[in-house]
Ligand binder design. Sequence first.
Ligand code: NAP
Length: 252
Amino acid sequence: MDLGLADRVYILTGAAKGLGFATAEALTADGARVVIAARTQASVDEAVAALPAGMAHGVAADITDAGTPELLVRTAMDTFGRLDGALISVGGPRLGSAFELTDDHWREAFETQFLGVVRTARTVAAALTGGGAIGFVLSTSTKVPLPGLGLSNGLRPGLAGVAKDLADELAPRGIRVLSLLPGRVLTDRNRQLFAATGNPEKAQAEATASVPLRRLGRPEEFGKVAAFALSPAASYLTGLQIPVDGGLLRTL
Ligand SMILES: NC(=O)c1ccc[n+]([C@@H]2O[C@H](COP(=O)([O-])OP(=O)(O)OC[C@H]3O[C@@H](n4cnc5c(N)ncnc54)[C@H](OP(=O)(O)O)[C@@H]3O)[C@@H](O)[C@H]2O)c1
């Protein structure tokens, strides 16, 4: 199937590694070009070097900064001359239960994981024309709370609501908005979560056993779904949440 990605241009935040980078790999493999962002120049340079030559441009930018979305849109237009969408990912929030987390933890996470994401979506949406698409990288916590991840449980259901709201508002312009819900995909984020338990091997084995497919997801399995969701091949999909979780979610 031709996804229709050739020559399209996407912005990917939080994309020096993990799910964002895997999506950059899938998009560029099908002929799209990408502007990828993460906080450090070194990690961005390394990611660009690992993508097909001429298909990726890197920007060192923190999604928390108010100027980052405009910078990314400008870079896409200046470098590649068009913009067709964005995948908005960002490093996961700190660990801690809702009872343990302090006001400062909530404020910090709100600025980055919530407002940074909403501002990026709004800015990209303003620059898109019909056929454009925006994907939010959220979590299965939008539907079922995760133990010990109070910030994710608190903020991500709200982001799912924002994504749905934007999907309604932008649909008449032909712009689609979706959320992707990774379950347990083996990236550095999950390695950190396993390490934080003090017994990473046991934690990984338990996580694996909890997935109906009996294995953790591979980043490329997420990247391919995200690339499809952003592509013209998914032109009648909007306003939905797509779990990429090996069957983990218990909701119907
Ligand atoms: N992996 C999973 O199975 C899973 C499951 C549920 C939810 N999620 C969520 O999905 C998101 C992505 O996860 P992942 O597994 O891809 O994580 P990851 O492997 O840790 O990668 C995170 C990426 O985001 C960049 N980043 C971090 N903070 C940033 C910021 N403030 N501004 C811009 N870029 C930033 C990091 O690069 P720099 O450090 O260089 O900035 C890195 O490139 C996270 O929010 C995570 O909580 C993941």
